[in-house]
Design a protein around this ligand. Structure first.
Ligand code: FES
Ligand SMILES: [Fe+2]
Length: 297
């Protein structure tokens, strides 16, 4: 499993006080305090092990365990034992570092929990961006296989049926961030158009992809490891609010979804080759892998 910031849900979908999310080989309990701030914690109560996501309730700025009503604050510290004078100072629930960014609640995952976040995801989504759709997929594959897809130019022709193999555009790498500028053909009922595509990898777990064709359509991609074998993919689309961008957004979402579903059987059945046999034009695959290596502990 890679380390980094990973989505545990789109903010507009985390409407319940307490939500359980499958991630990182376990579960994460997300709860919203009285001020509306999110907290993400280990699921099990340190008292006798009840699951906080199954009947746990929010009491002001604490979460209350359903089993014996012990309460824990936003740092996971026990604050109340209803049948004792003092809280148990040793009772502590692990709380993930978390942020709200680009429409998601993201948490910092590192296999060694003492390692603090080594980067921050920049807020790139415009405040007035208009939600234009999205989809979720559970895929039996790895984050890196899905990331590699974006630099695998020949597969666009053979898996997705695009007419030509486009060369990869300008590639910039800066620590955990990676940008590819390219052009993408887009089929519409009025013919084929070519738009500018800027694809930003914001660390391992999130991408910001901007497609400019008359208007701007933005995709926020989020890939969260569920465990060693599975990922939860959340794609969310926005447009700039103009009439033309709104019109483009719908077929754009449909096209990305169509392509994604074509990739799934390949991802789910392929193996990972540490030393692949590449064609001369496929250097970006090696570059992607070198960049991705920083996200493994
Ligand atoms: S198990 Fe949580 S209060 Fe007892
Ligand atoms: Fe693909």
């Amino acid at each position: 499993m890679p380390l980094g910031w990973f989505s545990v849900g789109r903010v507009h979908e985390l409407t319940d006080d307490v939500t359980t999310v499958n991630a990182f080989g376990s579960q994460v309990v997300v709860w919203k305090d009285a001020d509306g701030d999110f907290h993400a914690m280990d699921p099990y109560c340190p008292h006798l092990g009840a699951h906080l996501g199954v009947g746990g309730t929010v009491e002001g700025n604490c979460i209350r365990c359903p089993f014996h009503y012990w309460e824990f604050d936003t740092a996971g510290k026990n604050t109340v034992i209803p049948y004792a004078e003092k809280p148990n100072r040793k009772a502590q629930i692990y709380t993930y570092p978390s942020r709200v960014v680009n429409g998601h609640l993201v948490v910092w995952y590192h296999p060694h929990r003492s390692v603090a976040p080594t980067y921050e995801i920049p807020q790139m989504l415009a405040e007035d961006a208009v939600l234009g759709g999205g989809f979720d997929r559970l895929v039996s594959s790895q984050w890196q296989e899905i990331a590699e897809n974006s630099v695998d130019m020949p597969h666009f022709k053979y898996v997705h049926g695009t007419g030509t193999i486009n060369p990869i555009g300008k590639l910039t790498m800066d620590g955990p961030f990676r940008t590819v500028e390219s052009q993408q053909a887009f089929n519409t009922s009025r013919g084929d158009f070519t738009g500018d595509l800027v694809s930003n990898s914001l660390g391992s777990g999130m991408g910001h992809i901007e497609f400019k064709l008359f208007g701007t359509v933005t995709l926020i991609s989020a890939i969260t490891p569920i465990d060693n074998e599975n990922v939860h993919v959340r794609f969310t689309f926005y447009h700039d609010g103009s009439e033309i961008a709104e019109k483009i957004a719908t077929p754009f979402v449909a096209e990305v979804e169509r392509q994604f579903d074509q990739d799934i059987p390949i991802w789910e059945s392929k193996t990972y080759l540490a030393s692949p046999a590449l064609a001369p034009s496929e250097k970006p695959v090696t570059q992607l892998r070198k960049w991705a290596a920083q996200f493994y502990a």
